[in-house]
Design a protein around this ligand. Sequence first.
Ligand code: CP
Length: 323
Amino acid sequence: MMRHLLSAGDLTRDDALVILDTAEELAAVADRPIKKLPTLRGRTVVNLFYEDSTRTRISFEAAAKRLSADVINFSAKGSSVSKGESLKDTALTLEAMGADAVVVRHGSSGAPHRLAHSGWIRGSVVNAGDGTHEHPTQALLDAFTMRRRLNAGPHGEGAVGTDLAGRRVTIVGDVLHSRVARSNVLLLRTLGAEVTLVAPPTLLPVGVEGWPCSTSYDLDGELDKSDVVMMLRVQQERMGAAFFPSAREYSRRYGLDTRRVAQLPDHAIVMHPGPMNRGMEIAAEVADSARSTIVEQVTNGVSVRMAVLYLLLSGSSDPEVAQ
Ligand code: CP
């Protein structure tokens, strides 16, 4: 396992399968009366969040605590960052406190790379979302969820050792501003899936032709061949200009409603990384339907983040015996 997790594109197929298989093993901890392993006792994980988060921050905290690590939560709001303290000085402060891993979310693309390669900290850096660039642990938990649902074993667990070869994943919406889309395209390709990005032309990034996926402007044309439809949030907070005529028009062309869900194959699942704009990119009935994995994705996020922290911080291949 590498020292940092910065990009889904850094993971080989074997790396990704080790993380998914380890997460599968660690998911069993959640079913125990005491949801804890001693694996990372004495290690310190810092959650360094410069941008808002609900799911990622809470699940990294739960993951670290389930592995018995000490956790320090740092939010830029209310810290000395608001007095102008730099990323470097914040990093040096965390280093002085003995951080073994820094989980960082930042509004600037590349901030986790800067932390990892600056020499300011010695510990592992995990990218928890940087600008519009990447969100590798989201892609891992999405792949874990797809594997569990599509390659399910008798108890609903993902088939250990398997990838997503030949699965067709349609990612829909605001690709331009989505770090989730970029990380998913990179990881899903590594795992053998075929990815199609569907968006209005204004919400596809320049250079998308070079990504390992296909693109379309026509959602209806993709539905009957999709194993997975992943809806993306329309990130209005990152939009300085109008990218589509109106919310109503966007929903009509690119929203997932019950009429569109009826065109999916019976086994197909509906995903969304959250937070959702209910009624815009996804209808409430669809978000709450049996095909939706949205709540499951959050649960799976804890297991996957446990696996990432465990593999980065511990030398053992068996989380039950590592000390
Ligand atoms: N999916 C995701 O990253 O959600 P949060 O912004 O709530 O962490």
